[in-house]
Design a protein around this ligand. Structure first.
Ligand code: HEC
Length: 157
C-alpha cells in the first residue's frame, strides 16, 4: 500500500513539475526571449514542416524567392483554426543563389493581440537581431488577407 502511495505521489509530482517546466519554458512576447527559445531551448531546425509544404519552396515578395517553413509540434498537431497558444512558425528566406537572408517568425501568445489572432511577429537577421517585431502593421496587413486561415499562408486548414 505504502509503495503504491509513494509511486502515485511521485507520479503526480513529476506531472506537476513537467507541466510547470513546460510553461516556464515558453518565451514571452519578446524578440530576445523568442530568439533564445527557437535557437537554444528548442532549435527550430529540429522541428517539422507542414505536410503540404516540405523543405525548400518557392516564395513570393516580400519574403524572397525561396524559403523553408518550420513548425513546432503545438502548431503541427492542430488541424483547425485558430492554432493553439504556443504555436510557432519559423520561416527561413533564401536568395535565388541559396543564401539565407532572414528568419521570420509567428508566435501565438495568449492575449497578446486578440484583434489580430494573438500572433507575435518578428523578422530576424541571421544573428538574431529583430527588426521589426511585435505587432508590425506590414506583417499583419498582408497576412490579414488570410485571417480566416489564422493568418497562415503556406498551409490551408
Ligand atoms: C506583402 C505581403 C507580406 C508581408 C508584408 C509579410 N508577409 Fe509573411 N508571408 C507572405 C507570403 C506570400 C507568405 C507565403 C510564403 C511565400 O510565398 O514567401 C508568407 C509566409 C510567412 C511565414 C510562414 C508561415 C505562413 O504564414 O505561411 C511567416 C512566419 C511569415 N510570413 C512572417 C512574416 C513576418 C514576421 C512579417 C513582417 C515582418 C511578414 N511575414 C510580412 C506575405 C507577406
Amino acid at each position: 500500500m505504502n509503495r503504491i502511495l509513494r509511486t502515485t505521489g511521485a507520479l503526480i509530482a513529476s506531472l506537476f513539475f513537467s507541466a510547470a517546466a513546460f510553461s516556464a519554458e515558453m518565451p514571452g512576447a519578446d524578440p530576445a526571449q523568442l530568439w533564445n527559445y527557437i535557437t537554444k531551448v528548442s532549435p527550430y531546425t529540429s522541428w517539422s514542416y507542414w505536410p503540404d509544404h516540405q523543405g525548400m519552396q518557392r516564395g513570393r515578395a516580400p519574403h524572397g524567392p525561396k524559403h523553408k517553413v518550420f513548425v513546432n509540434d503545438i502548431a503541427l498537431m492542430s488541424n483547425k483554426v485558430p492554432l493553439p497558444n504556443g504555436s510557432i512558425q519559423v520561416k527561413e528566406s533564401y536568395s535565388r543563389s541559396g543564401r539565407m537572408m532572414a528568419i521570420t517568425v509567428m508566435y501565438k501568445v495568449k492575449g497578446y493581440n486578440p484583434a489580430d489572432g494573438d500572433w507575435f511577429w518578428a523578422k530576424y537577421t541571421k544573428k538574431g537581431l529583430a527588426r521589426p517585431s511585435g505587432k508590425p502593421r506590414g506583417c499583419i496587413g498582408c497576412h490579414g488577407t488570410r485571417e480566416r486561415n489564422d493568418f497562415v499562408l503556406v498551409h490551408d486548414f
